[in-house]
Design a protein around this ligand. Structure first.
Ligand SMILES: CC(C)(COP(=O)(O)OP(=O)(O)OC[C@H]1O[C@@H](n2cnc3c(N)ncnc32)[C@H](O)[C@@H]1OP(=O)(O)O)[C@@H](O)C(=O)NCCC(=O)NCCS
Length: 425
């Protein structure tokens, strides 16, 4: 049975950061009602690859949800929203600063409507502090949370990482907060407000860089392959391992952009590795005898390892090194991964059907629960479940639905019936 069976989520999130979090909640078994403006989540139409079909940007982040469109700027729409709040365990949003308050639904208001509800928000920088009023996207958060200044090579510009640590990473943080708040709610009967700032989430993921930041005050960082003497901030260390063991990406045959293998020169395997790479001569070379020597002379060590690795493809090298129990991994391109047997077996790249676009693939559920495996189902069309939700969740009859429609609760059209008298006031 689904782990979160019985939990209902009102999901107002949009773009990436929030939707990845609510998609995880859906894969854990919650009933996720995606509440969209009548025009839909903006990503439905962004980066379209099939004309008139929801984009992969949308379909990949909104699986297993139901969609209802509600015009939150319309009084009848607000009334539907209030009724939904009363029937849900969690409400999630990641609007820009002040948006939810402008709509009239601050945490205080939401809590007063349903004291048991958990409200979960993502903001770029949180609701307090000098940056609170700023909007944020993925790379803004990577820039401001310390990721960019520590990614790239020493004499090059800062780089963003391809992993969406600002958006999807913040979604993960939010889910953790929601699960804790639900547990608390079950004990106390009271909901609470969960807030995750993207900048805070990035700093959390950059934790070890702040380890190095403080170590710099006591001297250079010997494990870095770049000079660190006298630095005040952690430099970009290329592909250095960033941990207690040395590591780097070494070049393989035939020299294409992804023909590299990442190798961790773990202390425990040095002897076996050195013998395989350069025989007894390399293994007994005093420049590399102890980990301290290898750190000091690592650029020469990497040169010798690269000389060896360029004779093999990344898969051949992986096989050689796996036999020696050396922690390593080929650099996998998206194409490698899409066709990888291990990935398919673990259901991490799954085929899904969609009425507008046909077959497509989603990245699977990375959290595997033994008794509650995720069943991945397609994303909803815009407003696909509006009537169903009004009937099932709110108990509206056909007349109420029709009157609300007339009043403009679900569309961007101006209300046709004026003035509006709330049916359920
Ligand atoms: C992502 C972001 C920059 C996008 O900015 P944006 O496109 O200007 O969107 P906003 O969230 O600021 O505003 C949404 C607008 O749509 C309106 N809206 C949203 N849902 C609505 C609905 N169901 N009915 C009617 N209007 C709706 C809001 O009221 C708001 O209008 P307003 O500006 O008149 O108050 C911003 O939402 C943000 O900073 N979010 C927090 C950080 C975040 O999650 N970023 C990562 C996104 S991947």
């Amino acid at each position: 049975m689904e782990a979160l069976k019985g939990i209902r989520i009102l999901d107002m999130t949009h773009v990436q950061a929030g939707p990845t979090g609510s998609q995880l909640m859906a894969w854990l078994g919650a009933d996720v009602i995606k509440l969209e403006p009548p025009t839909g989540d903006i990503t439905r139409g962004q980066l379209r690859d099939v004309p008139n079909a929801d984009s992969l940007y949308f379909t990949m982040l909104n699986c297993n949800k139901r969609s209802i469109t509600v015009n939150m700027k319309n009084p009848a729409g607000k009334e539907v929203f209030i009724e939904l709040l009363k029937q849900c365990d969690v409400v999630m949003e990641n609007f820009g600063p002040g948006v939810i308050e402008r709509l009239g639904f601050s945490w205080e208001k939401v809590h007063a409507i349903n004291p048991r509800i958990v409200m979960a928000s993502i903001k770029g920088f949180g609701s307090s502090g000098p940056y609170a009023e700023f909007k944020a996207y993925e790379n803004v958060a990577q820039a401001m949370g310390g990721a960019m200044s520590t990614t790239g090579v020493l004499d090059g510009p800062p780089f963003v990482t391809g992993a969406q640590i600002g958006d999807s990473g913040t979604g993960l943080h939010l889910v953790i907060g929601i699960l804790a708040a639900l547990h608390h709610r079950n004990r106390t009967g009271q909901g609470q407000y969960v807030e995750v700032a993207m900048m805070d989430g990035i700093m959390n993921l950059c934790r070890v860089k702040f380890r190095d930041h403080q170590r710099l005050t006591r001297g250079p960082l010997s494990e870095y392959s770049v000079p660190t003497q006298g630095l005040k901030a952690v430099p970009r260390g290329g592909n250095d391992s960033g941990g207690g063991q040395l590591g780097n990406a070494i070049r393989c045959k035939p020299g294409g952009p992804d023909d590299y293998l990442y190798i961790v020169v773990q202390e425990a395997v040095w002897d076996a590795l050195a013998k395989r790479v350069g025989g007894e001569k390399f293994a007994t070379d005093p420049r590399f005898a102890k980990i301290g020597d290898r750190r000091k002379n690592q650029n020469e060590m990497w040169r010798l390892l690269n000389e060896f690795s360029s004779n093999y493809t990344k898969r051949e090298l992986m096989a050689i090194l796996n036999e020696l129990n050396v922690p390593c991994g080929p650099i996998m391109s998206t194409d490698d991964l899409a066709n990888d047997e291990h990935v398919r077996l673990r259901e991490m790249y799954v085929e899904i059907d969609h009425p507008q676009r046909g077959k497509w693939y989603n990245v699977g559920m990375p959290i595997k629960l033994s008794a509650s495996p995720a069943k991945i189902e397609r994303s909803p069309l815009l407003g696909e479940h509006t009537d169903e939700i009004l009937r099932e969740v709110l108990g509206y009859g056909e007349t109420e639905i029709a009157t609300m429609k007339e009043a403009g609760a679900f569309s961007k059209e101006p209300p046709k019936v004026q003035p509006y008298h709330p049916l359920r006031a």
